[in-house]
Design a protein around this ligand. Structure first.
Ligand code: PMV
Length: 326
């Protein structure tokens, strides 16, 4: 049986940084994100009794042994959980070149989870799919539901799942990614998060999340870009303040990142409503409403040091598609 799934990457407005249970990948706080229409992973999984072992490969790019190992572990986990015996062949492809330095683990594990469950003939709910995806890579659970998605932190594996707050059609926001560095990061998110409690600020951050989350939810409800944007900027800088004060310190931002931040602030002074957020890397995500997206894209390209921009409109969640990769 063969199945193909297409999963979007997502950008968090309220970030996930730190776990309360690393084996179960239970986060220290709930997080909220938007799915990205132009940055996605397509994965085909075939299960067959003829296969002697699992095989994982990637179209158009090299895949590291550790990435293959993580994907094989995830397949093993799904197979064992549901008492399945067949091995699988997996082929995966990203819409964005790996050389953009963009994280692909969220879209990658969301697509793998949905395609593998379908290929193994498992009929499970969206909620259960988000729980399985979370166990592959935390933020992957947010790439399964539609549009604007909340990952409830929970206090057990069953209660830590993601669900849609609003579909993509609710509010056409854009995330224009300004790629300033296309090398992959030295410190993975898993490794970086594992020492977050060495920051003297970690608890202050976690205690502030319910208030931040409430502001973002209210801004989404009212489609208030100013309230949303101001909070996502404060939230991302708060996460980076924790990262920079961990031991050892983690500085994911580069000089070019800071240049982009200052440009965004200047553009706002000039009347352009655009806001930034940044994950565990130097690239800058520019969040704005649809009518100004082309202007934001044009300005982002004019910053020296921006190598490429990827203009994403908000998208639906992970879809099963009939276009197989093999
Ligand atoms: O799911 P991971 O291990 O890729 O962690 C994601 C961490 C951040 O991107 C920094 C924040 C987030 O919530 O996406």
């Amino acid at each position: 049986m063969k199945s193909t799934a297409r999963a979007p990457a997502n950008i968090a407005f309220i970030k996930y940084w730190g776990k309360k249970d690393s084996r179960l990948r239970l986060p220290l706080n709930s997080s909220l994100s938007m799915n990205l229409g132009s940055a996605y992973t397509t994965t085909t999984v075939e299960s067959s009794e003829r296969l002697k072992e699992d095989a994982v490969s990637m179209v158009d790019a090299q895949i590291s042994l550790s990435e293959i190992g993580r994907m094989r572990n995830h397949i093993d986990f799904i197979r064992n959980t549901f008492h399945q015996a067949h091995h699988v062949k997996v082929v995966t492809k990203n819409s964005f070149p790996k050389s953009t330095g963009l994280a692909s683990s969220a879209s990658g594990f969301a697509a793998l989870t949905v395609a593998a469950c379908t290929a193994l003939d498992l009929h499970i709910s969206e909620k259960e799919l988000t729980i399985l995806a979370r166990l592959g890579s935390g933020s992957a659970c947010r790439s399964i539901p539609d549009g604007y998605v909340l990952w409830e932190e929970g206090n057990s594996t069953e209660t830590s799942f993601a669900h849609s707050l609003y579909p993509a059609s609710y509010w056409r926001l854009h995330d224009i990614i300004a790629v300033v560095d296309n090398t992959s990061k030295d410190v993975s998110t898993a490794e970086g998060m594992s020492t977050m409690k060495t920051s003297p600020f970690w608890k202050t951050r976690i205690d502030s999340i319910p208030r931040r989350l409430a502001v973002v939810k209210d801004a989404l409800k009212k489609k208030n870009i100013k309230a949303l944007g101001e909070m996502i900027e404060a939230e991302c800088l708060n996460m980076h303040a924790v990262m920079m004060t961990q031991e050892p310190p983690l500085v994911y931002l580069s000089g070019k990142t800071v240049e982009c931040i200052k440009s965004v602030w200047q553009w706002r002074k000039d009347g352009l409503p655009v806001y930034f957020t940044i994950d565990a890397g130097p690239n800058v995500h520019l969040i704005c409403e649809e009518p100004v997206a082309d202007e934001v894209q044009k300005r982002a390209l004019s910053i020296s040091g921006v190598k490429q921009v990827i203009n994403n409109s908000v998208s639906g969640g992970t879809q099963r598609i009939s276009d197989h990769l093999f």
